[in-house]
Design a protein around this ligand. Structure first.
Ligand code: SF4
Length: 403
């Protein structure tokens, strides 16, 4: 039988491994380990970071006994290969950061403070958040560990941890999450001193994961104080996330108003929202994509299979090859409305909107060229200075809206 991975690459019209589908399959089923692999192979959270063909980044878990994965990671000489479907595909292995094992001056392990994904530093929230509470095996900040077990850390610890990471690898964004909150401000009040401290010491972009606040003035405040990008999700993930009737109408209305307003305040592409695949019929998720794209938001499709012990795992059946039309739709809608997907730096965690190109006939040439430019030292400087100029102009000319 032909492997579902052997789909024609739309852009080239020839049959080959579809890298987008390969990434989804790896996220879904994990990987077996061949002989003689280096040690330590994984980051402290059990994730193996690989670069697939065409520079596509993915973090993979070692397959559990229950999972039957067709993938095995092999090591010949200095080269790494992925064995599947009877052939070996060359991949690159990215060694885990050494600094995860370092401690701050107060004795906190760096891996207890943050996780690094491609160009994004994900700071661990003070408690479990939406994905974990929903039963999904989230990979943002330590999928193999109960977050409530992470020790508390201070702002000084965080600054030291980020500076230590930046000595070892370059990152563009620090991402902080409010965790699960039900306060009127959506969590921005608690995060404000942390943002201020990072701004004081480190030149880096900052994104926040927040709950929709009760009033738009909190969104103004987030931008004015130096936040560069925001993620707003519709509370805890549950079936019929955006379009269904599980959430109260009032919550949905406020969520849509929030993202629409935020998209007018923040730079293009810098307002993002997660949509979880597999909790509802695909048609509903597609409608959710349209609702967000129409409001100037970049949806992030999350394909995190549930944790094996979660009740969700009994009814979560979506297979990688079934969900690719959602990624195609997302990529093509963003191209159509000319929104930019360059704020997605956690490329190893999820299949990004730009990677939806692997299932589409439409060209991603312009976005890929811009992405490459932003990854150069000069490109980074240009991007940051444009972001800084925009903020100074907006906050100066619209002071009434900013607290
Ligand atoms: S981002 Fe993911 S790993 Fe981190 S606390 Fe939230 S659910 Fe858990």
């Amino acid at each position: 039988m032909k492997s579902p991975l052997s789909q024609p690459l739309p852009a080239e019209g020839k049959e080959s491994t579809n890298t987008g589908l390969l990434k989804l399959e790896l996220i879904a089923s994990g990987i077996n380990l061949g002989e003689g692999l280096p040690s330590p192979l994984t980051n402290p959270f059990g994730l193996i970071h690989l670069i697939l063909p065409e520079g596509v980044s993915v973090s993979v878990q070692q397959a559990s006994d229950k999972q039957q994965t067709p993938f095995t990671l092999l090591h010949h000489g200095k080269r790494f290969f992925l064995n599947f479907s009877g052939k070996e595909t060359p991949v690159q292995w990215v060694p885990p950061l050494k600094c995860y094992h370092k401690k701050t001056r107060s004795g906190i392990l760096i891996s207890d403070i943050l996780t690094v994904h491609s160009g994004l530093i994900a700071v661990h929230p003070k408690g479990p958040c939406r994905f974990g509470l929903s039963g999904l095996a989230c990979r943002y900040c330590g999928s193999s560990r109960e977050l409530s077990n992470h020790p508390p850390f201070s702002k000084q610890d965080l600054i030291e941890a980020i500076q230590t990471v930046l000595k070892e690898t370059s990152c563009d964004v620090v991402h902080l999450s409010s965790g699960h909150v039900e306060t009127e401000d959506g969590g921005i009040v608690w995060l404000t001193p942390w943002v201020t401290e990072i701004r004081k010491h480190i030149d880096i972009l900052i994104s926040l994961d927040l709950a929709p606040p009760k009033s738009n003035s909190w969104i103004d405040q987030s931008y004015a104080m130096g936040v560069d990008a925001v993620y707003y999700d519709l509370g805890d993930f549950a079936p019929h996330q955006v379009t269904g009737n599980k959430k109260s109408e009032e919550d949905k209305k406020r969520y849509l108003e929030t993202i629409e307003y935020a998209a007018r305040i923040f730079p293009k592409g810098a307002v993002l929202s997660h949509l979880v695949i597999g909790l509802e019929p695909m048609g509903d998720t597609q409608k959710g994509i349209d609702l967000l794209v129409e409001r100037g938001v970049v949806p992030l499709l999350v394909y995190f299979p549930p944790s094996p012990h979660s009740p969700l795992s009994e009814r979560w059946k979506m297979k990688p090859e079934e969900v690719t039309p959602l990624y195609t739709h997302l990529f093509e809608r963003l191209v159509q409305v000319k929104n930019t997907p360059h704020w997605v730096h956690q490329q190893d965690v999820l299949l990004t909107p730009l990677e939806g190109r692997f299932f589409s006939e439409k060209s991603a040439g312009f976005h890929l060229a811009l992405k490459k430019f932003y990854e150069t030292g000069f490109g980074r400087k240009v991007r940051r200075s444009m972001i800084g100029i925009r903020r100074r102009l907006r906050v100066k000319h619209h002071p009434a809206g900013y607290r």
